[in-house]
Design a protein around this ligand. Structure first.
Ligand SMILES: Nc1nc2c(c(=O)[nH]1)N[C@H]1C(S)=C(S)[C@@H](COP(=O)(O)O)O[C@H]1N2
Ligand SMILES: [Mo]
Length: 428
């Protein structure tokens, strides 16, 4: 299926799905009726007036203690609850691919230790062929998947909340969620099988509309409510387009923290779509809803439809310097500043850098052939003149014509930050 088929109007699709739910034709386990009615009212409004929306918060998480298996040396990671953020200065000198031991980890609960030999992937639901009403699960073992034709694809994986902290620090907006700076992103070479191949082998029915992978990690409790295991519906068009069931990351079996033995990998979309430790996939002839496409991963707030936007899909454009915040440079000495830019909507077309707080800009030299779904490394020479504090800025533009604004449109949960980040350094 061409990529354009996945680029349909998500809002119209969402409205249609919500109407189906109202008519009793969609399933919404774990999502309250009131929440769905609010979303329905929001999408039904042809022109929604900007009204302050309720901030639905991801409740405070318990402090982490061994929720991540791999070593998290402090020079490479910033610990954030159950999660670990990659330090951008640690990426300096690494190649286009983020080494597995430097890759950020976002865990709702904790990394489960699974054995590939016991692991099964179960596909089930009304979107598979079989007698009506008959539950006909189809199972694949790890070796079954490894025996199917494999594909390899380089893609970034980025949390929807990456850069969230700048809504507060640069824009004075209070938002909820993990206070990531820019390190909740990495690029890896993923190997696995096409989800499309597995769905067809399982007997995909022409009536299927949604596909919902679910993780084998523990049930997620938020604000005292058990939301069940991490799961998020994918529209069939995207599932059949470029989605992988990945078992390798950068030439190694998936590390435990990144979804061993098998994870979903949804290129260009928000990280939550790429369900780790996948254990089952519901294939549904009815639209599906979960907390991860209703309460979470929509945009709420005064700049958005009352009750929330359509579920988030593609990532935005971002740039980051491979440099510690507050780095110190001697005046008069030649430097080379390095960084990377990426976008969920296309390849990077250009990057402009300012070394004087945004007054003057010059184009950066691109070091990689820009490709969609990956980042492009760049550099600019710089000779700082006068001692004092300086802000470095980088602004990327992608091949779809999207550029980073000075101010990101805020939303209550701080998703999809795309504004130019001001990176403070000192000249001495
Ligand atoms: N089963 C499961 N899948 C999951 C998550 C999770 O907690 N459990 N976190 C999601 C989120 S929010 C992100 S950003 C990515 C992070 O992937 P990584 O930890 O491999 O970097 O995984 C997604 N898949
Ligand atoms: Mo995420």
């Amino acid at each position: 299926m061409p990529a354009s088929a996945a680029r349909h109007d998500e809002t119209a699709y969402d409205r249609h799905r919500l109407r189906q739910w109202l008519a009793g034709d969609a399933r919404a386990d774990g999502v309250g009726r009131r929440r769905l009615l609010t979303l329905l009212a929001a999408t039904a409004a042809a022109t929604a007036l900007p009204t302050p929306g309720p901030a639905r918060a991801d409740g405070p998480r318990r402090a982490s203690d061994a929720t991540i298996v791999k070593p998290l040396p402090p020079e490479s990671f910033i610990l954030r609850g159950t999660n670990a953020e990659t330090r951008w200065e640690a990426l300096r000198g690494t190649g286009r691919l983020t080494p597995n031991d430097l890759f950020f980890v976002r865990n709702h609960t904790a990394t489960p230790l699974l054995d590939a030999h016991d692991w099964r992937l179960r596909l089930w639901g009304s979107g598979l062929r079989g007698a009506p009403g008959e539950d006909r699960p189809v199972e694949f073992g790890y070796d079954d998947l490894r025996a199917l034709p494999s594909v390899t694809r380089t893609a970034f994986l980025e949390c929807a909340g990456n850069g969230r902290t700048y809504y507060a620090s640069q824009q004075g907006e209070a938002v909820t969620g993990t206070a990531w700076t820019l390190g909740a992103v990495g690029v890896a070479r993923w190997r696995g099988v096409r989800l499309a191949d597995v769905l067809r082998r399982a007997g995909l029915s022409s009536r299927a509309v949604d596909v919902q992978p679910r993780g084998l990690d523990a049930e997620y409790v938020s604000g005292g409510e058990n939301l069940g295991r991490v799961r998020r519906p994918l529209p069939l068009a995207k599932a059949l387009d470029d989605v992988l069931l990945a078992y390798e990351m950068n030439g190694e079996p998936l590390p435990p923290d990144h979804g061993y033995p098998v994870r979903v990998l949804v290129p260009s979309w928000v990280g939550i779509a790429s369900v780790k430790w996948v254990g089952d996939i519901e294939v549904s002839a009815q639209p599906l809803f979960s907390p991860w496409n209703t309460t979470f991963y929509r945009l709420f707030g005064s700049a958005h439809p009352e009750g929330g936007s359509a579920p988030l899909t593609r990532q935005t454009v971002k740039s980051a310097f491979e440099l510690v915040r507050g780095a110190a440079f001697p005046a008069g000495a030649g430097q080379v500043l390095h960084g990377r830019s990426w976008s969920g909507a296309g390849a990077i077309a250009r990057v402009d850098v300012s070394t004087d707080g945004g007054a003057n800009w010059r184009p950066a030299r691109l070091h990689d052939r820009p490709r969609p779904d990956s980042w492009t490394r760049w550099s600019v020479p710089w000779r700082p003149v006068a001692p004092g504090p300086v802000e470095l800025l980088a602004r990327a533009t992608d091949t779809a014509g999207r550029s980073q604004p000075d101010v990101a449109v805020p939303n209550a949960q701080g998703y999809l930050f795309d504004a130019v980040v001001r990176h403070p350094v000192t000249v001495y």
